[in-house]
Design a protein. Structure first.
Length: 62
C-alpha cells in the first residue's frame, strides 16, 4: 500500500475544503472561509511551536 506524505494529505484536505466552498451558498461560504483561515493560523502557530521544541535541548535522563 503506498504511503501518503503529510504534505500530500494536507493538499488533499485543502482541495476538499475548496470543493465544499465552491458548492456552498454565500452565507455558508463566509463560515467555511472563517474556519479555513482559523485553521491556517493554528497551523502557523503549531509550526512555530514545533520549531521551538526542535531547538530545545533534551535531558539525557538521570
Amino acid at each position: 500500500m503506498p504511503t501518503t506524505s503529510t504534505d500530500d494529505r494536507i493538499k488533499a484536505i485543502w482541495a476538499e475544503f475548496n470543493e465544499v466552498l465552491n458548492a456552498a451558498d454565500r452565507e455558508s461560504m463566509a463560515i467555511i472561509m472563517a474556519i479555513k483561515l482559523q485553521t491556517e493560523v493554528i497551523n502557523l502557530r503549531l509550526a512555530t511551536l514545533e520549531a521551538s521544541l526542535a531547538r530545545t535541548p533534551r535531558g539525557g535522563g538521570a
